[in-house]
Write a protein that binds this ligand. Structure first.
Ligand code: 5RP
Length: 231
């Protein structure tokens, strides 16, 4: 019997997501180690003749997707058919913490503009007790960054600039990792952080997940949260 590891669970969730991909789709491609397995699988579909176009949520994913033979668009005005992305945490309502890889801004734009948002993750990411063990990434523009940090901290968190302020996103911004403890009302905190001038995006994602494929001990569980947006 093959050994089940966190890595094999990531792969199992990604392989399950490939079943949602159809010929002619316009995809959103997320970022991270779980999504890499999804891109590998897309490469096999393309080789088998499936026609796909996509937008990518990071330069890293864009490079991987292009190498996999997927046509990457830099702009697109319609809705994406399917966004597949990972998460740092997911709760029982499908709320997410994202941005461990620093791609939260592009990831949120892509999720917001997708008919179906499918989250793929191993079971360590599922948090029955609520989000917040993983610190909330907040993308901040560099201008007067410490003023922005102070304003976010007024909401009850402790924020630290990633890599001492040397981590720079694909958008030329900084990332703060913010500890708010267990988050009782993710939608409220998301809105309050997002409203602060200087914040480009917050890594709390609420109301966007259509379904999640969570793999634990080699078994993939499908969790459904909302209906796909109709075309
Ligand atoms: C990147 C993300 C990733 O989806 C998240 O960090 C999960 O990554 P991984 O699949 O490597 O655990 O939000 O910004």
């Amino acid at each position: 019997m093959p050994l089940v590891t966190q890595e094999s669970d990531k792969k199992a969730a990604a392989i399950e997501a490939l079943k949602l991909v159809r010929d002619g789709m316009m995809l959103g491609i997320g970022t991270g180690s779980t999504v890499k397995y999804f891109i590998d699988g897309l490469s096999d579909l393309v080789k088998a003749g499936v026609r796909l176009r996509a937008v990518a949520t990071s330069i890293e994913s864009e490079t991987l997707a292009r190498n996999a033979g997927i046509a990457i668009e830099n702009d697109f005005s319609g809705q994406l058919d399917l966004d597949v992305d990972g998460a740092d945490e997911i709760d029982a309502e499908g709320n997410l913490i994202k941005g461990g890889g620093g791609a939260l801004l592009r990831e949120k734009i892509v999720a917001y503009n997708s008919k179906t948002v499918c989250i793929i993750a191993d079971s360590t990411k599922f948090k029955e007790r609520g989000l917040g063990e993983f610190r909330v990434p907040v993308e901040v523009i560099p201008y007067l960054k410490d003023m922005t940090r102070k304003q976010v901290e007024k909401l009850g968190g402790i924020c630290i600039f990633r890599k001492n302020g040397e981590f720079v996103t694909d958008n030329g911004n900084l990332v703060m990792d913010c500890d708010f403890g267990i988050i009782r009302n993710p939608a409220d905190l998301e809105t309050k952080i997002k409203m602060i001038p200087g914040v480009a995006e917050v890594g709390i994602f609420t109301g966007l997940t259509t379904l999640a494929l969570i793999s634990g001990a080699g078994v993939v569980e499908v969790k459904k949260f909302r209906n796909p947006v109709s075309p």
